[in-house]
Design a binder for this molecule. Structure first.
Ligand code: FES
Length: 114
């Protein structure tokens, strides 16, 4: 579901992001966001683990779960919620869609962040 009041941000063409791949982008004024193409679809989450400073794009994906490469906390790509320690805080999720073959993030507008 795409929430109203969000701004689309073009990530890449879908053909460049096959199933099993991930791409990381940094929209202006925001932290890096990774878009995972799983066999269940596209999921976008903040790239940085909430435990320490690790890129989740470097982790291992199984189903709709990504395992952090540093201390192996697992996050649900659909909700951002960790399934166990050491991470205790969910990573932020983002709406993602495909329009005319382009992968779009739908980012919440944050005042002057553009
Ligand atoms: S940095 Fe991700 S679990 Fe520690």
């Amino acid at each position: 579901m795409i929430h109203p009041g969000t701004t689309p941000f073009a990530v890449c063409e879908l053909v460049t992001l096959p199933v099993g791949e991930v791409v990381t982008v940094t929209p202006p004024g925001m932290a890096p966001i990774s878009v995972f193409h799983t066999s269940d679809g596209l999921y976008a989450i903040d790239d940085t683990c909430t435990h320490q400073d690790a890129s989740l794009a470097d982790g291992w994906v199984e189903g709709c779960t990504v395992e952090c490469p540093l201390h192996e906390a697992c996050f649900d790509l659909r909700t951002g919620v960790p399934s166990g320690p050491p991470a205790k805080i969910a990573v932020r999720t983002h709406d993602v869609s495909i329009v005319d073959g382009t992968v779009l993030l739908h980012l919440e507008q944050k005042g002057d962040a553009r």
